[in-house]
Design a protein around this ligand. Structure first.
Ligand SMILES: NC(=O)c1ccc[n+]([C@@H]2O[C@H](COP(=O)([O-])OP(=O)(O)OC[C@H]3O[C@@H](n4cnc5c(N)ncnc54)[C@H](OP(=O)(O)O)[C@@H]3O)[C@@H](O)[C@H]2O)c1
Length: 215
């Protein structure tokens, strides 16, 4: 087992977050989760500590960050994000709390249809975003605002953004790796495993890359 770490997870009840939480616990780590529907987390692992709460009216974050090695966000509420950038508002509270408590590492999962700061999506991805994936535009705009905030105002934090491709349920399809050019339609399980590995990859700090399956 690696040295035991403590992860503070936001979105632990979601598609990616459930797998990430299981993986971290299976590897002997501790997980603290802030969940608005804690009942979705059925694990009785003593290393799992669940706090009931919402990011739209968050509790005092400083005690939650106590003893934490890294923070992981796999948050999303596509319907609410159509009108309100809830993730950006929350991350703007989280980063100062991380500074206050000396927690430096942060992984944020965005989407492959969210453009990294200073870049544009390819015409093909832009078309997908504005047609079949139109109902997620607010979520992508929110993710883009988070990436801009991290780039402009949080370079003192060891953040890393995973721009995951469209996700699907099901078993592993292989191992995802960071890619500048390619983006795979991956399973949530593989995205979670990629996030877990990315957290201990110093070369991923201050990157907003997508992931793709190894050839
Ligand atoms: N799904 C995809 O195909 C896909 C692909 C690429 C990237 N992404 C990106 O990856 C991120 C996570 O995606 P996902 O599909 O794994 O997530 P998801 O299944 O939609 O789950 C989102 C998580 O956020 C939590 N959440 C939402 N609003 C909250 C609030 N107010 N307070 C506390 N928790 C809240 C949800 O809690 P509840 O369980 O209570 O709802 C859930 O745990 C998103 O930013 C998305 O843009 C998704």
């Amino acid at each position: 087992m690696d040295t035991q770490k403590t992860y503070l997870v936001f979105g632990a009840t979601g598609h990616t977050g459930q797998h990430f939480t299981s993986l971290a616990l299976q590897n002997g780590h501790r997980v603290k989760a802030l969940a608005r529907t804690p009942g979705k987390l059925t694990s009785r692992n003593p290393n799992l500590e669940v706090h009931h709460g919402t990011i739209t009216d968050p509790p005092d974050l400083d005690p939650l960050l106590d003893g934490v090695d890294a923070v992981v966000s796999m948050l999303g509420d596509a319907q609410l994000q159509q009108t309100s950038p809830i993730n950006t508002a929350f991350i703007r509270k989280l980063i100062p709390a991380m500074r206050r408590t000396g927690v430096t590492r942060f992984l944020y999962q965005a989407g492959g249809l969210s453009a990294a700061p200073g870049t544009r999506l390819s015409p093909a991805l832009w078309t997908v975003r504005n047609t079949i994936a139109r109902s997620y535009i607010g979520q992508h705009q929110d993710n883009e605002a988070v990436m801009r905030y991290l780039t402009d105002d949080a370079m003192d934090i060891e953040w890393m953004v995973h721009r995951a491709g469209i996700g699907s349920d099901g078993p592993s399809k292989g191992v995802l790796e960071r890619s500048h050019k390619r983006m795979s339609i991956a399973t949530f399980l593989d995205c979670a495993s990629y996030n877990y590995r990315l957290l201990s990859d110093p070369t991923a700090i201050h990157t907003c890359d997508p992931s793709a399956y190894q050839n």
